[in-house]
Every structure is written in C-alpha cells, then in structure tokens.
Design a protein around this ligand. Structure first.
Ligand code: ATP
Ligand code: MG
Length: 346
C-alpha cells in the first residue's frame, strides 16, 4: 500500500498506525508492503508542488492509500486540497466517503444525552459531485448588482450508487437508513435525490429508512444521536454532518474516514478526520486512534475483517483505562503511550 504521512501530526499518527498494522498483520499472517511518499505542504514549500507530476500514476497500482494529514500554516487550503486530496479522490473515483462515529466507553461526549456505548452510526457522504462543483462564477464585479452563482450537479448514476452503498452497508448493521435532504428549499436537486432514495429503498424491503431535512437532522444528531444507524447525504450535507457527528463522539482525534472506490478498480484512501494540528505537532502527544481506526477500515476493505475487528477491540480496551487515554480525551498518555497500550491489547 501507499503511505502518505503528510504534515504535522500526520506523520506521528501514521507511524503509530503502522506499528499497530504490523503487529496485527503478523498475527493474522497478512503480508503488508508499504511504499512511503513525502508528499506534503513541506514539499510544496521546498519544491513548488504537493506531489510530483506523475504522482497519481505512482499511486494507481497501490491496493490502498493510508494518509496522515496535509495542511500547514502559510500554505493556502486550496493548494493542499487541489494539489493532493481532491485529485486523488476524483482520479480514483472514490465516490463514497465513510465516517463511522461511536461514543466509546471511557470517552465523555460534549453532548449530555450521548451515553457511551449507545451512539454507533456511520455517515455515508457522496464524495465526488453535488454542491462542490466548479460550475458558476462571479458576475458584475464592481456594480451594486454583483452576483455569485454556484451550481450543484447531481447525476442519476452518482446518486444511485451512493444510495445503494448506504443501503448495502445498513444491512450489515442495524438495517436503518436516514437520508439527508432539503427538498422544501432546494427544489430541483433535492427532490431528485429523494426520488432516487425512494426508488432504491424499494429494492431493500428489509431496511427501514426515512428522509429528514438537514436542519432538523442536525438538531436530532445532537439531541438523540443514538437513534441513527446509517446516514446518507450529498457532498455538502455529508461533510457537515460528519464533522458534527465526530464532535458528538468526544474528540476529533478518534474519528476515522475512508474514501472508497467500492468497485475496486482504483485504490481507496484511508485517513483520520483531523488535520495536521500545527499547535501540537512535534510534541509527541497527538491521539493516534483516528489514524489507527482508519488503518482498521483499510484492512476491512482489503478483505481482512478479523484483523480489523481486533484493532477496533484494542481501541475500545485502551479507552477503558484512563492511564492510556490521550490528552484530548482528558487523559495523560502521549502518542507512544497510547500506541503501546494498543499493542499490548492486541
Ligand atoms: P484542517 O484544516 O487540516 O482540517 P484544522 O486546523 O481544521 O485542520 P486540526 O488540525 O484537526 O484542524 O486541529 C483542530 C484542533 O484539534 C487543534 O487544536 C488540534 O490540536 C486538535 N487535534 C486534532 N487532531 C488531534 C489529535 N489527533 N490529537 C489531539 N489533538 C488533535
Ligand atoms: Mg479544518
């Protein structure tokens, strides 16, 4: 697999994830080959680009990509996003963004009603189309009538495949899908989305589902997060809901994500939700659990569910002991301490 540690704590948490991957691969007789790439904002600052011109070609044959985090003060977001993350997502047709959210025992959620062990949901975000398009423009600059127009693009094929993915995933869980919509205000794309959800749902009579307007859904996610199983949303709605849900889980340091090409034609990419955290970079105190959980999702995707489950069990065990919780969770352990706890639980 390809490993891109990236910037700041990205490198620290990826190193921890590799230790855990090595240990679990050893036990399950899985052979893991890593090819590391130093693509990052540091590279941009010294060489003028986030990755080399043939970067995407080099990744093409990898069976998966493990990424730490990219981004650094002084480097504009559009450079790190459009110079690396978005080309990878789009070129490799990673149209599913998966973000599992759990409130683990031992973790305090900022949401009073989110009791440990009860919140266990997955946000399935459409990752390549929708509201994040480049179509639009600014008109009438300098005039009082100045306008900005941004088009959202929803294709039947694009909506169908993300909705199908959500329903298939729900069947492996508690068989309940919530679709995020806003068809009372967004009168073209959202009714189209709703229509396709209803059509595809008919093919899964064993899965319960409903549609919620995004505003009400955001409120419910805070008030009753334990209600949800699989939430499917467009690129924008999924983006917002997954950050909201990750906050409910107690710390951004735990949250994992997967950018999947479920067809297996291209490599999928696994990365913690958090960024490079310049404020704590280099101190060895970053919480590695988001990266470790992302690595578990990678093993699951590569066909090793047993090894993946063992990593998640080690995460659960490490969080039960206050001495092996990291500082963002109110504990005292540093990155090495958390990693050693994981290795011992494995
Ligand atoms: P990006 O724009 O790349 O998403 P950001 O600035 O929005 O980055 P992060 O880099 O994730 O956000 O940092 C947000 C806050 O969370 C910071 O205070 C950071 O120290 C903290 N944080 C993020 N990840 C971790 C982690 N793994 N362990 C501990 N603290 C973390
Ligand atoms: Mg951010």
């Amino acid at each position: 697999m390809a490993v891109i540690p990236g910037d700041g704590i990205g490198a620290e948490v990826v190193a921890a994830a590799r230790q855990v991957l090595d240990a679990v691969a050893d036990r399950h007789h899985i052979e893991l080959d890593y090819t590391g790439y130093d693509w990052s904002c540091q590279r941009y600052l010294s060489q003028g680009s986030m990755m080399p011109a043939d970067g995407l070609d080099r990744l093409r044959d990898a069976d998966a990509i493990l990424l730490g985090a990219v981004g650094w003060p002084g480097v504009p977001d559009h450079v790190s996003l459009w110079g690396l993350l978005i080309p990878i997502r789009r070129t490799f047709r990673q149209y599913v963004n998966l973000r599992p959210i759990r409130v683990f025992e031992g973790v305090t959620s900022p949401v009073r009603g989110a009791r440990p062990g009860e919140v266990d949901l997955v946000v399935v975000r459409e990752n390549v189309e929708g509201e994040y398009s480049e179509i639009g423009g600014r008109f009438g600059r300098g005039f009082p009538e100045e306008q900005a127009v941004q088009e959202a693009v929803f294709t039947r094929a694009g909506v169908t495949r993300i909705v199908d993915h959500a329903f298939a995933l729900a069947r492996t869980r508690r068989s309940y899908v919530t679709s995020a919509t806003k068809s009372n205000g967004i009168v073209h794309t959202m009714p189209f989305w709703d229509e396709i959800v209803a059509e595809r749902a008919a093919g899964h009579p064993d899965v319960r589902w409903d549609a919620e307007h995004i505003d009400a859904l955001a409120a419910k996610l805070v008030l009753q997060p334990e209600r949800f199983d699989v939430i499917v949303g467009s690129n924008l709605f999924g983006d917002i809901l997954s950050d909201l849900a990750a906050a409910v889980a107690g710390s951004i340091g735990i949250a994992p994500s997967a950018n999947l090409d479920p067809t297996g034609t291209f490599p999928s990419m696994f990365e913690p939700v958090h960024g490079s955290a310049p404020d704590i970079a280099g101190q060895g105190i970053a919480n590695p659990l988001g990266a470790v959980w992302s690595a578990a999702m990678m093993l699951d995707h590569l066909g090793h569910p047993g090894a993946a489950a063992q990593i998640v069990a080690a995460i659960e065990a490490s969080l039960l002991d206050p001495a092996t919780r990291s500082r963002d969770l109110g504990g005292t352990a540093d990155t090495r301490g958390v990693t050693e706890a994981l290795l011992s639980h494995l």
